[in-house]
Design a protein around this ligand. Structure first.
Ligand code: FCB
Length: 446
């Protein structure tokens, strides 16, 4: 063994409410935009949906036990806003509050630190009916929801992220329509970007006014962008893509400014104190990272770069190893991304909140020998270790994901879990990577 991590490094897994919980109407839960979107013919591969997903809502104890069996020290999960506030605002649904309260207690009894994400894409449909993120009121509703969470769970949970990957849900939800709510409208998009940023700031403020001990931040999906050729058009396109994918949330939240070229799009939505609210102190950056992005200039490139979330091969590539998502395996990009945060964003505390890969993962003689996933983890974790050695303040790693689940518009086909799930019987079977993770935790390295 030669790769050792710092003492007290958190080892965990990440999930998202809509992808695992199921129970889409149980115990007073309201409708979310992902319920609506998946129930609309033609939006999801094979018209699948998360109505049942992997039934975590009813099986959470079994799932926590699987984490505890390998001594995970952290678990990052998201709350469904519609369980807590079925209409997005107003009356609180006590059964929704209770569900997450029980989950948190179960985690703590098993020495697993809960990390909450407030918003992993499942906006209440009622709020969407009022304009969703393009309406400034939504930012205030989010802050109200955040304060309810802080009041109910802040005594037991101190690490809370406002959003998961704002670029992904605004670009794919409002520019190319690939994800819920499924629009293609650039005006909505620019307004939404600003209101999500504002909601982040208002959310932090609301939670801090209730509990000063919380550790708060946002989870961003960041990816170094590289041109796919020397053509000046590709080089220019790469800068633009980097701005949309990486900077329009990172910079306002962590530096208090919008990139120059984007400012004109949001100027009309900005009020005096907004940027101060948005850029108030963050305690950490949550980094989700899967691959770097090769950019080819295209007048519609915002819609086309990278392919629709993994369905197309990257541009211009020969002999590069890809995962089942057609994502390139490039551990150096992970290292570069972490170091960029260290060097350009004031050496922040970083939690690695998602990283992982999809493979077909077939059961043979009762076993799933997902050795390619193990190789992937070894490469990516070596990159993490190198960044720590080079001074990055990385405090934990959450693999995506605990168990196979509903992969958004791609339905159930792409398996990312450490644990295999039979989607008919919902039986959980640990893969070989789960045992790799067990040893990794035991030795704090590999
Ligand atoms: C991330 C999402 C997560 C999952 C992985 C594969 O962008 O946050 O929910 O879909 O990709």
């Amino acid at each position: 063994m030669n790769i050792l991590f710092p003492k007290n490094f958190l080892w965990g897994a990440a999930t998202a409410s809509y992808q695992i919980e199921g129970a889409f109407k149980s115990d007073g839960k309201g409708e979310s935009i992902w319920d609506r979107f998946t129930h609309t013919e033609g939006k999801i591969k094979n018209n699948e949906n998360g109505d049942i997903a992997v039934d975590h809502y009813n099986r959470y104890k079994e799932d926590v036990k699987l984490m505890s069996d390998i001594k995970m020290s952290a678990y990052r999960f998201s709350l469904a806003w519609t369980r807590i506030l079925p209409e997005g605002k107003g009356t609180i649904n006590q059964k929704g509050i209770d569900f997450y309260s029980q989950l948190i207690d179960e985690l703590l009894e098993n020495n697993i630190k809960p990390l909450i994400t407030l918003y992993h894409w499942d906006l209440p449909q009622k709020i969407q009916d009022n304009g969703g993120w393009s309406n400034r009121d939504t930012s205030n509703m989010f802050a109200e929801y955040a304060s309810i969470v802080a009041k109910n769970y802040g005594d037991r949970v101190n690490l809370i992220s406002t959003f998961n990957e704002p670029a992904v849900f605004t670009i794919h939800g409002l520019v190319d329509g690939y994800m819920a709510p499924g629009y293609a409208d650039l005006d909505h998009f620019s307004a939404a970007v600003h209101h999500v940023n504002l909601a982040h700031g208002l959310g932090l403020k609301a939670m801090r006014s209730i509990n000063n001990n919380l550790e708060l931040g946002c989870v961003l999906n960041l990816s170094p962008c590289i041109p796919c050729s020397d053509d000046p058009a590709d080089i220019k396109g790469t800068k633009l893509y980097d701005m949309y994918w990486n900077r329009i949330f990172l910079d306002p939240m962590y530096k208090g400014l919008y990139p120059n070229n984007f400012y004109k799009n949001v100027e009309r939505y900005l009020k005096d104190a907004d940027l101060n609210i948005i850029s108030q102190k963050n305690d950490y950056i949550g980094l989700n990272h899967y691959q770097h992005t090769r950019v080819k200039s295209d007048p519609d490139y915002l819609l086309k770069a990278r392919g629709a979330y993994g369905n197309e091969k990257p541009f211009n590539m020969e002999n590069v190893e890809l995962t089942l998502m057609n994502w390139e395996i490039v551990p150096e990009a992970y290292y570069n991304q972490i170091m960029e945060l260290k060097n350009k964003y004031d050496n922040p505390v970083i939690y690695l909140t998602e990283n992982g890969c999809a493979y077909p993962d077939i059961i043979e003689n009762g076993k799933i020998n997902d050795f390619k996933r193990i190789e992937f983890y070894k490469k990516y974790l070596s990159a993490v270790k190198k960044s720590i050695d080079d001074g990055a303040d990385v405090r934990g790693y959450m693999t995506w994901t605990l168990m196979d689940n509903f992969e958004w518009a791609l339905g159930f086909e792409k398996r990312f879990g450490l644990i295999h799930v039979d989607f008919e019987t919902l039986k959980r079977t640990p893969k070989e990577s789960y045992y790799f993770y067990e040893n990794l935790i035991k030795n704090n390295g590999f």
